[in-house]
Every structure is written in structure tokens, then in C-alpha cells.
Design a binder for this molecule. Structure first.
Ligand SMILES: Nc1ncnc2c1ncn2[C@@H]1O[C@H](COP(=O)(O)OP(=O)(O)OP(=O)(O)O)[C@@H](O)[C@H]1O
Length: 398
């Protein structure tokens, strides 16, 4: 590998990583398979590939979101970039100082005070004492530690430790900032401040790799998205395309999950615009019509929801229905559709009311997608990440 990549470059070449299968969370079926192999006399060691042939080239200043379902290998890749883990094969090259927040207490020494930790971390990053001192106040201010800065970190709450960890990683001017899911433990206000800080750091030219299941947060920070699936790169593209592909795949999986044996099922659904036309327009009337089928007799609550992808719910509405043991048609009219142009998913679920309160008659699932035509939503100068619930005026008819 050539030696002259600029600071902030990240390269992985044909990176493979495996773990002993018996050292990880195993599914019952894996254990059965393992036992069966032993019975057959196959004593070969059991390995499972966590990452297979990962080739990434990230330029200085790029902001990359690593997305994918649980166990797809995101954290393993991030840990290898921070060098707390080594690949089985392949080359990993990260140029420059690395600021990383991959676990709440990563890099924070419990017996030292907050102040000592900041200087120690700075020294590990190769910064001079004077350079750390110049950023010290910003770190303490961001972490909101105040007087606690001279207390040993073992007496900090987990929230304080995380704030210190993030502030140190994000203020000691790393060339590369690596952040894993950990932000999820902070409160909403702190999460927002971390995201703001990450955006600032990105604007200053720091390379960022961000792992999160909070897809709107990833979208607001990253321009490029790498979607990992079962240890391989499924998509490496602009963030919008990567997220759209990932969301579609989650939806397809949830639709494929059969809801067998439930008392009710969704026989048909239709989302139509004004005067029955198929195209839907922002701020115009929309009718959602469903037919439920099943033997169940009694009162129930029907819930309908709309999301952008699966992880960004937009609104949810509900209505009491009386099921009489046969097919039941119900329609909901939304006089003015409050959705900008885009592709959305319709969700539905039915739950019993009365004595058996909360019983599931038809579990919450995505019924399908629909497109809305109309104006694009303006992007605010600084994307607001928290999803805002929308109230939708509506009437029901049946
Ligand atoms: N220390 C370990 N020992 C054994 N197996 C491991 C270890 N760390 C991770 N694995 C396995 O490697 C695979 C990838 O895990 P990893 O934590 O990287 O996934 P992830 O995409 O970060 O998932 P999540 O979204 O749940 O955090 C999983 O099958 C996991 O069980």
C-alpha cells in the first residue's frame, strides 16, 4: 500500500474478520447444528465470518454512515478502524489522529479525574499539553461537568462519562472521528448537541464514520452511506440511496413475516386521492380503505400509521370498529394529506378492547407503500433530527 495518503484517509483492503461461533450469542438452531456436527464426529472448529472482503476508500473530510441490521458487522468494522481489534486478513489504514467513541467508557480511566483524563487522552493523541489546554474549557463546557472535573471519573454517572468521552473525542481535533451507537444512551438534548458538534467537525474537514440505527440522525450528518448485510457491503452510495435501499429491505422483511394464526387479517387495502384517482397529492384529500377478514366478533381498535421508511414514523391514528365475524370494510378520509413528495409506508394493526384489553387481533405490520406527488420538503439550514409528530385532521366512515 502506498504511503502517501493524506491525513484523514481511511482504507480497508480485502478485510476479513471471524469469531469463534461458540463465543458469541448463538441461536438455538446454530447450537443444534453444532451438536449434530459433533455427533457426526466433525470436530472442526466452528468459525463465523463477521466481515467478508471489505474494501472501502474514504477520503479526508468525507462523512460516512454505517448502517445495517443487528449483527451485520458495523461495530466490528469500527473497532478495527480504532485498532482495538485486528482483522483476520486484509489491510486497514487510518491516517492521522483518531477520536473514537465506541463504548461509553472507552479510553476513560476510572481512577483519574476528568481533568487528568483529558490530558492523558490528548497525550495519547500526540497533542502537546499547551494544545490540550487550549481546548480544555470547550471540553468541560460541552460535557457540562462543571465542578466534577476534578473528581475521579469512577464517581461520575454513566451520562457524565459519556459526555466526557464524546467531548474528548470531538474536541481534541482528530483527523478521523469514529462514533458508534453510544449516543443513544444520552438524553435527547445531549444527542442533539452531539449531532450538532459532529456536523461542525465535519464542516472543519474531519473524516467521520458514524454507526447508528437512528436513520434520520445518520442522514443529517453523513453524505455517504455504507450498508452492511451479513458482513459484506451491500450498498456503498450517496446517503439517500443507501438509506432508501436499507429501508426498503426492512419493509420487505416485515411484510414477509407471516402473521399466521391471528384472528384477523388484512384482505385488501387501497390508498386513493381525490375522486378516486390513484395518484396522491400533498395537501389534497386522501382515502384509505381497508377490508379486514376473520371470525372474530366484538369491539376492537384499528390503528393506522404512516412512516417514511420503517424507522421514521410520521403519524398514527385509530378508530373503534365492531367485528361481526365476517369481512369488514372501513375507510378513513384525510381531508388534507400533510405529507411532502416522497414514498411512504402504510401500517395497520387491530387490538381487542374491553375485558381482554390489549389482545392482538392483527399485529402491527406494514401493508404496503404509496407515493405522494407535490412539493419537496425544504431542508432547514441545520437539519432537525428529532422526528416531529404531525396531527392529521380526519373523519371516519364505514
Ligand atoms: N467479541 C466477539 N466474539 C464473538 N463474536 C462476536 C464478537 N463481536 C461480535 N461478534 C459477532 O460478529 C457479528 C457482527 O457483530 P457486530 O457487533 O459487529 O454487529 P453490528 O452490526 O454492530 O450489530 P448491532 O447493530 O447489534 O450493534 C455478530 O454475529 C456478532 O455476534
Amino acid at each position: 500500500m502506498s504511503r502517501d495518503y493524506p491525513l484523514g484517509t481511511i482504507r480497508t483492503e480485502q478485510v476479513w474478520k471471524r469469531f469463534r461461533a461458540d463465543q458469541q450469542r448463538m441461536l438455538l438452531r446454530d447450537r443444534v447444528e453444532q451438536a449434530a456436527r459433533r455427533l457426526r464426529g466433525d470436530r472442526g472448529e466452528d468459525w463465523r465470518w463477521a466481515l467478508r472482503d471489505i474494501n472501502l476508500h474514504i477520503e479526508p473530510g468525507e462523512s460516512v454512515g454505517l448502517i445495517g441490521s443487528n449483527g451485520s458487522g458495523k461495530s466490528t468494522l469500527l473497532k478495527m478502524l480504532t485498532r482495538v481489534m485486528y482483522p483476520y486478513a486484509g489491510i486497514i489504514d487510518v491516517r492521522g489522529r483518531i477520536g473514537a467513541l465506541i463504548e461509553i467508557r472507552a479510553g476513560i480511566h476510572p481512577d483519574l479525574t476528568g481533568r487528568e483524563n483529558i490530558y492523558l487522552f490528548g497525550a495519547l493523541l500526540g497533542l502537546k499539553r499547551r494544545e490540550v489546554a487550549g481546548r480544555f474549557d470547550d471540553i468541560v463546557e460541552f460535557a457540562r461537568l462543571g465542578g466534577a472535573i476534578d473528581r475521579q471519573v469512577k464517581f461520575y454517572s454513566s451520562g457524565m462519562q459519556m459526555r466526557l468521552g464524546f467531548a474528548v473525542a470531538a474536541y481534541l481535533e482528530p483527523h478521523v472521528l469514529l462514533v458508534d451507537e453510544v449516543l443513544a444512551v444520552g438524553d435527547a438534548v445531549f444527542q442533539q448537541r452531539c449531532l450538532d458538534r459532529m456536523r461542525e467537525v465535519a464542516e472543519q474537514g474531519t473524516t467521520i464514520v458514524f454507526v447508528s440505527h437512528d436513520l434520520p440522525a445518520v442522514q443529517s450528518i453523513c453524505r455517504r452511506g455504507v450498508w452492511l448485510e451479513q458482513g459484506t457491503v451491500r450498498v456503498d452510495a450517496g446517503i439517500k440511496d443507501a438509506l432508501a435501499g436499507y429501508r426498503d429491505s426492512i419493509e420487505a422483511q416485515s411484510e414477509a413475516t407471516a402473521r399466521v394464526g391471528e384472528p384477523l387479517s388484512l384482505l385488501t387495502y387501497e390508498v386513493r386521492g381525490e375522486t378516486g384517482e390513484e395518484t396522491l397529492h400533498t395537501d389534497e384529500p386522501v382515502t384509505v380503505e381497508l377490508t379486514l377478514g376473520g371470525d372474530y366478533r366484538g369491539d376492537a381498535t384499528l390503528h393506522l400509521g404512516v412512516s417514511e421508511g420503517t424507522s421514521s414514523p410520521i403519524f398514527q391514528i385509530s378508530h373503534e370498529i365492531r367485528m361481526t365475524g365476517g369481512d369488514h370494510r372501513v375507510a378513513c378520509v384525510i381531508p388534507r394529506l400533510p405529507l411532502p413528495r416522497g414514498r411512504y409506508t402504510l401500517w395497520a394493526g387491530v387490538y381487542s378492547i374491553g375485558k381482554t384489553d390489549g389482545g392482538t387481533l392483527m399485529s402491527w405490520h406494514s401493508a404496503g407503500q404509496f407515493d405522494v406527488f407535490g412539493p419537496m420538503l425544504d431542508t432547514p439550514p441545520r437539519a432537525v433530527v428529532l422526528a416531529a409528530p404531525v396531527f392529521v385532521p380526519h373523519q371516519w366512515e364505514e
